[in-house]
Design a protein around this ligand. Structure first.
Ligand code: FAD
Length: 760
């Protein structure tokens, strides 16, 4: 300890002692979760005064020529091979040639460095591959995504010994080994650290040799790629009752590689997740014996499994699922805009109804914001960040917003979206929604506990420092560190309180913002809300302390505000990076209007429900003296956003860039063709509509159109009918029992459906 300091010894010491007594100490798993990854733009948002120059200077995510060639080549070719209906309802699996293609082109090795035979792709390239695949087949996308997410490959690269990397990575890269990762068990889902799967250190025989190793017993479920995996990355609790490797009896969570052909491994049965057919299933191990060489990182890493998992998740959560979700939102916007333009009811395209425009406008803006955030997050990861709080925000927000877009798409399509069959291009996406919501941390728990609970500690400029000082075993050093962090915190809070007050009362008038043309005001408003958020967080921590984590409704709302701040930052960054496109401005404005309203509403709800009422009154006086005033996007703005989806334009292309465009007879390809035809003859159709003539023959008879124009209109009519058509099936085609009765033959129950078309 340094020499006498009156502040430390007279003021800080009693606070330090009191805090050590009353504040709950962090458990090992909590501490490892909090320390995983790093902080990035989230820290700026928590500071109350984000440095916009830093955000705008972040280089945008880009693809190398080799990555672009992979997207234009193997990814495009793979998409062409995928028939999602056949995969899902007939084969219940990817066809063998698709598996071979995935393996041969190293789709399972996107993250493995080239030195080991992998593709060595950036996070952005990985995300782009998943994006395109997701718009063709969710089953294929999930299959390609999983070996590149949390699992043996990622864990070996981060924590494996050189010998393990040299052995396993080339085998994973060329798909001699198919990996899966087993964490979840029946008793341990969200609370994964409570698993009862065990490993006992003992002597045993492995490959004919007597060694000290681990005897494993486990029961896992929901494991993607599990049924066909050749190597299982297994998380279990390690015990050493005979002290064969050290003094500790309970060693802790450990991760090891278990070849699935070892005696005692039961694997192969399948779940059907929301009727998707990517490989997923339970597995068990009974007295499976493995050597310590199979523990990732070797014997030095026993008991450090939780830390490894949290560290791997810190970046991974920001790539795969956000990519799939952003792709789903873009795809939904693309097809729904086109469908609403070609589908007519009451003699007009349904896109001309305001209630439909309300949904289309939201879908367009959702596609814009999700892709903006996906790209920004990938850019941060590609610069070496592992922003654990931001990736949790991405996982939860992207999947929640995908849910809204999927609902909107189905609602606008009506029965066309409901009827399953090869022509239905929305059913699989809709069924994928609950999967995204549940995996990699179910959203309800992610919203409050991870986005905010972890964020408040991790991204706040002082909280983690204070907590670590309180936990310090050397009390004198702890007091020194606490003294610095605590008074830094007090100073920061006071400055921020005045800043938040000033910015709120002036409606952000004098808040610093970079010169950003039409978006300058939005930077100001985000700065204003960031300081309001930072002040409310400090007040919550001061009055609720450690109990904040039990107030999940409060912390969930804080999580929502933080998420909005991040997503809206991403929108401004995208607009800047794309050269401030005037045509995209309605999308930017919509996102801002909707986000600001959500922020004000959530802050208002926090104050209304704050347990400490005087603190709530003070906050309300400082931040919202007149209550929540934002009302969300205007109808005019929503109409402008909807219009972007219903007419071909560069803005529409930017929104739906990189989704797969099929040139076959699929439902989407039919839709794209009909949309192009309908928009090409729009002036002609408008002419007939104005004349109140809805029949081509009548129009020709009255001389309103030429023969040539009548032919064009008929061709368009056929193309539209081809899109509006849905599939129907003979009874025996969908009911094998009927087939037995009527044909006495069940050899091919899933016969091809009748493909309705206008030409039939
Ligand atoms: C399709 C699919 C694929 C998967 N793939 C894998 C895989 O490859 N490997 C693997 O290990 N696991 C995998 N999982 C498991 C997945 O990670 C878990 O499903 C998830 O962690 C949630 O666990 P649970 O389903 O048991 O839900 P539960 O933990 O039972 O949760 C039920 C509900 O309670 C909520 N909840 C729980 N705790 C809290 C809390 N403290 N506060 C508020 N709410 C709370 C949750 O948010 C959820 O809404 C997969 C799951 C699915 C559906």
């Amino acid at each position: 300890m340094s020499e006498f300091s009156w502040r430390r010894d007279w003021l800080s010491r009693p606070i330090f002692r009191l805090a050590r007594r009353v504040l709950p100490s962090l458990s090992a798993t909590e501490r490892e979760a909090i320390e995983a990854g790093d902080v990035w733009w989230d820290a700026d948002l928590f500071s109350g005064d984000p440095d916009w120059a830093k955000l705008l200077a972040t280089p945008p995510a880009t693809l190398s020529p080799q990555e672009q060639a992979f997207l234009d080549g193997p990814v495009e070719e793979l998409c062409g091979m995928l028939d999602d209906w056949k995969i899902t309802w007939e084969l219940h699996d990817l066809p063998p040639e698709v598996w071979d293609f995935l393996k041969a082109h190293r789709f399972f090795a996107m993250i493995i460095p080239e030195a080991y035979g992998g593709l060595g792709f950036s996070a952005y390239a990985h995300s782009e591959v998943i994006r395109k695949l997701s718009t063709r087949s969710i089953t294929a996308a999930v299959t390609a995504m999983v070996p590149n997410s949390l699992g043996p490959g990622e864990l070996l690269m981060q924590f494996g010994t050189k010998a393990q990397q040299d052995y396993w990575l080339p085998r994973l890269a060329d798909a001699r080994e198919i990996p899966c990762f087993g964490l979840t068990s029946p008793e341990a889902g969200s609370d994964a650290a409570s698993m009862v799967d065990s490993g006992i250190v003992c002597r045993g025989t492995y490959q004919g040799r007597e060694i000290v190793g681990i005897k494993l017993n486990w029961h896992k479920r929901y494991i993607t790629l599990g049924p066909i995996a050749t190597v299982l990355g297994l998380a279990f609790k390690l015990y050493d009752p005979d002290h064969l490797i050290g003094a500790r009896e309970e060693v802790g969570i450990t991760v090891a590689l278990v070849p699935t052909n070892l005696p005692g491994v039961e694997i192969g049965r399948r779940h059907l997740p929301a009727l998707h057919v990517f490989q997923n299933g339970p597995n068990r191990g009974r007295d499976v014996f493995i050597p310590f060489d199979n523990v990732i990182g070797g014997i030095e890493q026993v008991g450090k499994g939780w830390k490894m998992l949290m560290s791997a998740l810190a970046a991974g959560r920001g790539i795969s699922l956000p990519s799939l979700s952003a792709a789903a939102a873009a795809f939904a916007a693309h097809v729904t805009g086109a469908y609403a333009s070609i589908r007519e009811q009451f003699h007009v395209p349904i896109a001309s109804f305001e209630a439909i425009q309300e949904r289309l406008g939201r879908m367009a803006a959702t596609a814009y914001v999700l892709d903006a955030a996906r790209r920004l997050t990938c850019a941060a990861i590609d610069q070496g960040h592992k922003p654990a709080v931001i990736t949790a925000i991405m996982k939860a927000q992207a999947t929640e917003r995908m849910r809204v877009s999927a609902n909107d798409a189905l609602d606008v399509h009506g029965g066309k979206g409901v009827m399953e069959g090869p022509l239905n291009y929305l059913g699989a996406l809709y069924r994928a929604v609950p999967i995204g919501i549940t995996v990699e941390g179910a959203n309800i728990v992610t919203r409050g506990l991870i986005q905010f609970g972890q964020g408040a500690i991790r991204s706040h400029p002082f909280i983690l420092k204070e907590m670590l000082a309180l936990e310090e075993s050397d009390q004198a050093r702890g007091l020194d560190e606490f003294d610095r962090a605590f008074w830094g915190h007090v100073g920061h809070s006071l400055v921020n309180a005045f800043r938040a007050w000033g910015r709120s009362w002036t409606l952000g008038f004098a808040t610093p913002a970079p010169p950003a043309g039409a978006a300058t005001e939005y930077f100001r408003q985000l700065g204003r809300y960031s300081s309001a958020f930072a002040l409310a967080v400090d007040m919550a921590l001061l009055t609720l302390g450690g109990s904040l984590k039990r107030h999940e409704m409060i912390s969930g709302r804080f999580g929502d505000v933080l998420s909005e701040l991040y997503l809206l930052s991403a929108v401004l960054k995208r607009w800047h990076d794309e050269g401030r496109q005037a045509a995209d401005l309605p999308l930017v404005e919509w996102c801002m209007a909707s986000g600001f309203a959500a922020i004000e509403m959530r802050l208002g709800e926090i104050m209304a429900n704050f347990p400490n009422r005087p603190a709530a009154w003070l906050l309300r006086f400082l931040l919202q003296p007149f209550g929540a005033r934002r009302r969300g996007p205007s109808d005019k703005l929503t109409r402008a956003c909807a219009a972007i989806l219903t007419e071909p334009s560069a803005a529409r292309e930017r929104l739906t860039v990189d989704i797969y465009r099929a040139a076959d007879d699929s439902g989407v390809a039919r839709l794209d063709r009909a949309f192009a035809l309908v928009t090409a003859i729009k002036p002609l159709r408008d002419r007939l509509r104005q004349a109140h003539v809805h029949d081509i023959a009548a129009a020709r008879q009255r001389g309103l159109i030429s023969d040539d124009e009548a032919d064009q209109l008929k061709a368009v009519q056929l193309a539209v009918a081809d899109v509006v058509a849905v599939d129907d099936f003979a009874a025996e085609e969908i009911s094998p029992r009927r087939a037995v009765r009527t044909q006495g033959d069940v050899s091919s129950p899933a016969a091809s459906p009748i493909r309705s078309s206008a030409a039939e």
